[in-house]
Write a protein that binds this ligand. Structure first.
Ligand SMILES: C[S@@+](CC[C@H](N)C(=O)[O-])C[C@H]1O[C@@H](n2cnc3c(N)ncnc32)[C@H](O)[C@@H]1O
Length: 277
């Protein structure tokens, strides 16, 4: 049954308030399907009934589940292969050379979904470094979604997941097969720390990062939220560090003190203060 426009507006506002995600007006069918899927757990058949239940109860857990059901977690290992090749061949070697004295790297995957992205970075580093154990490497992997983070922490992937982008050589080397599931190995997991962080709420105390991946999340935000997140991120990025957006994303506002590097990939580096006009 079609979702009433009143309830659709309610859900749109809720998602914007909770995660800054802007649902386009033509997403009614998407919302309907997702809420119908959730309704089964509450013996509610229609999306309208789920929203009415939320309106009348103001149940915090239901609210979280409604928001969670509307987030898009699309991701994969080595997503956007051209960009990953550039990371592996240029960005990681550059950072490793620059940090070879301290042997320390701080990386943030700021919307990590179910974990394929931070684990990919861990694999790239292990492949690049002669002796990864001699380095202090921390990859902070965060997302607003507790459900996605639970899956990410477990590090267990289906055959379909590992068949999407992960080279077989790396699968065999860094994963253990457990029946139909592939489990990320300990050396890969040990570099990654998962935390729930909403990019548009206040951030916990964070280190200065050498590399930040902010891929395929700003596209869901309105312009104000995008600018706010980028402004704050600029303060978290080392002067010679890198920010990486999704394959088709660009920072458009010219006042950004970040310069695009190595086109066509969406890699940015801070512009020295002296060069900011
Ligand atoms: C399409 S996935 C992108 C995953 C990964 N970065 C990639 O490119 O493959 C978008 C992720 O952004 C997360 N997200 C949405 N709004 C967010 C917010 N306000 N703060 C943090 N994460 C958010 C979603 O939960 C989802 O996991």
């Amino acid at each position: 049954m079609a979702l009433s426009s009143r309830n659709f507006e309610f859900v749109r506002e809720l998602l914007h308030e909770e995660a800054a995600v802007v649902l386009q007006a033509d997403k009614e069918y998407f919302v309907e399907r997702r809420l119908e899927g959730l309704g089964g757990a509450y013996e509610k058949a229609s999306a309208d009934q789920v929203v009415e239940m939320l309106r009348s109860s103001q149940d915090g857990e239901l609210k979280t589940r409604v928001v969670e059901s509307l987030l898009v977690h699309e991701t994969s290992f080595f997503r956007d292969p051209g960009l990953m090749t550039h990371l592996a061949d240029t960005v990681i070697p550059d950072l490793v050379a620059k940090r070879s004295g301290a042997r320390s790297l701080r990386i943030w995957c700021a919307a990590c979904s179910t974990g394929q992205e931070p684990y990919t970075i861990s694999l790239l580093l292990q492949e690049h470094l002669d002796s990864p154990a001699d380095w202090d490497i921390r990859i902070l992997a965060s997302d607003v979604s507790g459900q996605a983070l639970d899956r990410a922490r477990a590090g267990r992937y289906s055959i379909t997941d590992v068949n999407r982008g992960l080279p077989v050589r790396l699968l065999v080397r860094y994963f253990q097969q457990q029946g139909l599931v592939w489990q990320v190995n300990e050396s890969t997991r040990s570099m990654v720390e998962f935390r729930q962080i909403n990019l548009v709420e206040s951030w916990p105390e964070l280190p200065v990062f050498d590399l930040v991946l902010l891929r395929n999340v700003l596209i869901y935000f309105g312009e104000d939220s995008r600018q706010t997140v980028l402004e704050r991120l600029h303060g978290q990025l080392a002067g010679d560090g890198y920010l990486v957006l999704g394959g088709t994303e660009r920072i458009v506002a010219p006042r950004w003190r970040l310069a695009r590097k190595q086109a066509p990939s969406p890699f940015y580096q801070p512009i020295a203060e002296s060069k900011v006009s």
